[in-house]
Design a protein around this ligand. Sequence first.
Ligand SMILES: [Zn+2]
Length: 283
Amino acid sequence: MRIFDPHIHMTSRTTDDYRAMAAAGIRAVVEPAFWLGQPRTNPGSFADYFDSLVGWEPYRAGQFGIRHHATIALNPKEANDPRCRPVLDLLPRYLDKDGVVAVGEIGYDSMTPEEDEAFAVQLALAVEYELPALVHTPHRDKARGTERTLAVVAESGIEPGRVVVDHLNEVTVKIVQDSGCWMGFSIYPETKMSPPRMVEILRAHGLDRMLVNSAADWGHSDPLLTRATGEAMLAAGFTDDDVDKVLWRNPVEFYGQSGRLDLSDLGPAADTFEGSSIKRGGS
Ligand SMILES: [Zn+2]
């Protein structure tokens, strides 16, 4: 099983995670810029973080044979802090970089006017830089947040096929499917979305434009839940090819729209959890 995790916050994870991910078949990841938990108080903190996402973290991932790309944005939560607003002016410098395959995460946290503005500005940047956009939906009031998200996306003029609306569930999947946007699902250990629920969604809505991620960040999360979802698909009667479409070909197609996805020289896929393609012993 070859796996591309299209949304995972590796900055928050350990080398043990990288090792386990490689053994589970995860060969490529996209790490979106997000909220780090501790509020940042100035744009310089973001510049260092963005530099890490396009420099240090790809190096770290490479130690385990995993290809790392990033998405760059001012996240919705910190868009509310006036001290962080100048980050919008930093973005063009990063959106030009090779390893950046989308603008994200953008969208809504609490649906404030400040978030409205940052969202619209960054969708315009995605159009200008010819990049896809990764859109986060709020964990509270998700249905209304998703409706408003789709309205702003439509208004921006970005092609829906270049947008993934993420953190969906059974309630929000249908309107996103009807919009023509890609559908993102973050699988969590206990809350929000589980592998069995994900399998039911795939059964009901098909495999096209579906992206499954582990989101794994600094909270309680599990970077192997993409693999667990693949196993749950197989157990439910989906074929190896179905799993390959959802966990590999779909993310390649979505982020490939950036023209910057580099999956060359990845070597043979690890077939099992015991896959031997992991570089052991550190650097
Ligand atoms: Zn995220």
